[in-house]
Ligand binder design. Structure first.
Ligand code: C2G
Length: 449
């Protein structure tokens, strides 16, 4: 007898799940299905599961395909189950190709082709609406978005828009397994087919794409910088409110649980009054990358400024008195490295960004009683310390962090769309507008606009 095992959340049970179970069953004589607990899903960064576990088990049972149903509740359980039940074949959908190859030591591993576009094939009777997302832009970050979107339950990426033929071809090759429809000409038609967009195109196009999407009533998650002027940014948030649509600036650290914890510690009064914030974000960009070759909109500040400014605005507020910039430029005239000094009434801050110069990517928040230091890379916020005058007193924090950070942002976006996080404090419209205000000072000073 050939025993087959497969696992899943099986949330909002749909035809894709059914077909997967059908094919899994056909691989052998006896099918074991592991259904994940909410806790395990949270541990692996899947936060938006709708159906309770009893319902999800019931749905798997109703297919009549499972000979045995078990519950998956911890990391490492797959190996235990394979051994315990004498499993011959482990199988999952093709969205997981490669991930579970390590199980080959224990049994055969088969990835089955997944069912495309399940959004239109949700089982009858389900009142739940899957959020269909379209990508604007098909660069590196759009590819990462696809991989991380798997962890958002009830969200599917169905299409991408990009008029640039070359970028589309690369994307098609790299993302073949995702079954994405590509639109190259008609942005309106592309918008028509989706509920929400993730804008990851070049900086100067963000505002126009976001505005058109919001006007069409679509939710928008937009890469930084959202816009080049405070007025434009304000206009977009107003438009979103008037259309009852979600608008979120994609500064991913703001949505990471570790960064939230750091803010709570800073705001708890432990380190006294906050007097200085220093944040650095540097990444040596590839030689042929857009940020290094675009003589107008390239450069370190426009690429990474939002990341380094975000904690400053979060901690010291939107009402700064003055801001100044100092840069080291390259032969194209864009900045390889920029230091931003921000003055508040009773505090000050420095942000440093580099795309061809590397520095220590840490965040230091100085207070009257002590300081918080988040080690590099602080924007993923996997560890930070609270330190005091007495160097023996160190409080060490290691918050939980999974994936590359994008899944937190995607889940926040989805929660807001579902109306769960309407009062979201993680990055408010006002804070995002204040960041755009600093972007505006930079682009105007350098004559970019
Ligand atoms: N699936 C599919 N077609 C879809 C959607 C999902 O074939 N359109 C497959 C997935 O590849 C997976 C199964 O259905 O094999 C269950 O999918 P999910 O409920 O999304 O669960 P998942 O997060 O993939 O569980 O331990 C848990 C597993 O590692 C993964």
């Amino acid at each position: 007898m050939t025993k087959v095992i497969t696992y899943g959340t099986f949330d909002l049970f749909h035809e894709g799940h059914y077909k997967l179970l059908e094919r899994a069953k056909a691989l052998g004589d006896y099918l074991i299905v592991g259904v994940t607990t909410e806790h395990f899903d949270e541990m692996r960064g899947k936060f938006n599961v709708i159906d309770p576990i009893m319902k999800r088990i019931e749905n798997v049972k109703n297919t009549g395909l499972a000979d045995m149903i078990i519950v998956e509740d911890h990391e490492g359980q797959k190996i235990e189950d394979i051994q315990k039940y004498g499993v011959d074949i482990f199988t999952l959908g093709s969205d997981w190709v490669g991930t579970f190859d390590y199980l080959k030591t224990f049994c055969k591993v088969v990835y089955l082709e997944r069912t495309p576009n399940i959004s239109s094939t949700l089982l009858r009777g389900s009142s739940f609406k899957v959020t269909k997302v379209g990508l604007v832009g098909t660069g590196r970050i759009a590819e990462r978005f696809l991989a991380e979107a798997r962890y958002a339950s009830g969200l599917v990426v169905i299409s991408a828009y990009n008029p640039d033929e070359r970028s589309v071809e690369l994307f098609r090759k790299d993302c073949a397994e995702y079954e994405i429809t590509i639109e190259k000409e008609n942005y309106e038609a592309f918008l028509h087919g989706v509920d929400a967009v993730y804008i990851a195109s070049t900086h100067e196009t963000h505002y126009d794409y976001a505005k058109a999407a919001l006007n069409a009533g679509k939710h928008v998650l937009c890469e930084k910088p959202l816009a080049f002027t405070r007025k434009e940014s304000e206009e977009l948030y107003k438009l979103a409110a008037s259309k009852n649509a979600v608008l979120m600036e994609a500064i991913k650290a703001a949505y990471c649980p570790g960064f939230q914890q750091l803010l709570n510690v800073v705001q708890s009064g432990k380190i006294g009054e906050i007097k200085d914030v220093e944040a650095c974000f540097s990444r040596i960009a590839r030689v042929h990358s857009r940020e290094r070759t675009d003589a107008r909109y390239g450069g370190a500040f426009l690429e990474y400024g939002g990341n380094a400014l975000m904690p400053i605005i979060k901690i010291l507020g939107k009402d700064y008195i003055s801001v100044s910039f100092d840069s080291i430029d390259n032969e194209l005239g864009t900045d390889d490295y920029t230091k931003i000094q921000i003055r508040y009434k009773d505090a000050m801050a420095t942000a440093k960004v580099g795309m061809a110069i590397k520095s220590e990517g840490q965040l230091v928040v100085a207070g009257t009683k002590g300081y918080v230091i988040a080690q590099s890379p602080w924007w993923l916020t996997q560890k930070f310390d609270v330190r005091y005058e007495d160097e023996k007193l160190i409080e060490h924090y290691e918050p939980k962090f999974i994936g590359d950070g994008l899944r937190y942002e995607i889940n926040e976006f989805l929660s807001k769309i579902r109306g769960v996080g309407e009062q979201s404090y993680k990055l408010t419209a006002g804070e995002s507008i204040a960041i755009t205000g600093i972007v505006e000072e930079f682009v105007k000073k350098r004559g970019i606009i």
